[in-house]
Design a protein around this ligand. Structure first.
Ligand SMILES: Cc1ncc(COP(=O)(O)O)c(C=O)c1O
Length: 379
């Protein structure tokens, strides 16, 4: 069988998603014990202890199939988000919902509109369905909503906006998103990815999209996840919240049992532990501020971030900084796949993880300075 000839042509240029390097792999390859991973925007606090208790209890029942459409989680998430149950879809990570959306709505001859430095999964998944991806330059590393609206044609099925955006960490204001929704044709769907919602909620001008936009716009889906502030990335649970009719259509192609049984139980417990969520947001903001300040002091400016990571300008090519830090036992994320060759993305860690990173950075920058003969600040 000539496999390359037989696969769908849309897949010929597809590349597998490159996740952050796993800790165990770096420990194995470099033979070092302490490895700190700040590459996948996981929460340094991990999950609520209540979620872990629920997980342990649920593990006794893993010999049974889970409930197919996660009905209890769906009901409790709907109550928490103040929407109707039939407006919520539970996915195997919000990543699955991005995929389901593309499979439901786009095909060859369709267009989707994304931003230049918008989350890469939007582009990858749309291309896999054969859609043409129209990329709009960002303005000051933020989605340029007016320019996005201008790129929408009668062929545009979806517009993707992540707010806060990965990898920039920047968010769009209430006014910008309101005007984008006003400008979009009624049959073009806005996918508003709020994976980092909890870190941004309450900031000045950050909108409450579910109460402010969703009741007025049938052409909107909001994505949320349990992978970030809830600290459950390994369990893979995300939510899509939209008009019930859209949810019903997407649900037709959802895999039976898409969200596993322990994940459903842990997510329900995590939803209830509001004190833990508040603590996570508070401590992340504190550590993020301190980290950004320390990085700037070392001569590495950061974009303003409303998420649990920083997009950091590097004095040497980002890929090189990534490689050098790896030798020191720190995993960060180079951003070449985004065309950001002079930046890296660094997840906010605990106090001790951030200290370890800063120590490693000082050594790397001192080395880079001796090699180029330049002085590096504060080394
Ligand atoms: C903006 C954005 N959307 C979606 C996802 C996917 O998250 P999940 O773990 O829910 O699949 C991520 C993960 O990093 C993300 O940054």
């Amino acid at each position: 069988m000539n496999i390359p000839k037989r696969v769908r042509p849309e897949l010929r240029d597809a590349k597998p998603y490159l996740p952050g390097k796993p800790i165990a792999e770096v420990q194995r390859e470099l033979g070092i014990k302490r490895v700190v991973k700040l590459a996948s925007n996981e929460s340094f606090l991990g999950p609520s202890p209540k979620a872990l208790t629920a997980l342990r209890k649920a593990s006794k029942n893993v010999w049974t199939y889970p409930e197919g459409a996660s009905p209890l989680l769906r009901r409790e998430a709907a109550a928490e988000l103040d929407v109707r149950e039939n407006q919520v879809l539970v996915g195997n990570g919000s990543d699955e919902i991005i995929r389901l959306l593309c499979e439901t709505l786009v095909g060859p001859r369709d267009e989707v509109v994304c931003s230049q430095y918008g989350f890469i999964r939007f582009k990858q998944q749309s291309k896999m369905m054969g859609a043409a991806v129209v990329e709009v330059p960002m303005k000051d590393f933020r989605h340029d909503c007016a320019a996005i609206a201008q790129k929408v044609t009668s062929k545009t099925k979806m517009v993707f906006v992540a707010s806060p955006n990965n990898p920039t960490g920047t968010f769009n204001t209430r006014a910008e998103l309101t005007s984008l929704l006003r400008m979009l044709p009624k049959d073009c769907l806005l996918v508003l990815d709020e994976a980092y919602y909890h870190y941004a909620a309450g900031l000045k001008d950050y909108p409450e999209s579910l109460s402010e936009f969703l009741p007025k716009h049938k052409n909107l889906i909001v994505l949320r996840t349990f992978s970030k502030a809830y600290g459950l990335a390994g369990l893979r649970i995300g939510l899509g919240i939209a008009h019930e009719e859209l949810i019903q259509w997407i649900d037709r192609i959802r895999m039976p049992f898409n969200v596993n049984l322990p994940a459903q139980f842990a997510a329900r417990a995590a939803l209830k532990d509001k004190a833990f969520l508040r603590r996570c947001v508070r401590e992340t903001a504190k550590n993020r501020g301190a980290l950004a300040e320390a990085l700037e002091f070392l001569g590495l400016p950061c974009l303003p971030s409303a998420a649990n990571f920083l997009c950091v300008q590097s004095p040497i090519p980002g890929k090189e900084l990534f490689r050098e830090l790896l030798q020191q036992g720190v995993i960060v994320r180079p951003l070449d796949e985004y065309g950001l060759h002079q930046h890296v993305r660094i997840s906010v860690g605990s106090y001790s993880q951030n200290r370890f990173l800063l120590g490693a950075l000082k050594r790397v920058l001192a080395l880079a300075a001796t090699e180029t003969g330049e002085m590096v600040h504060a080394v």
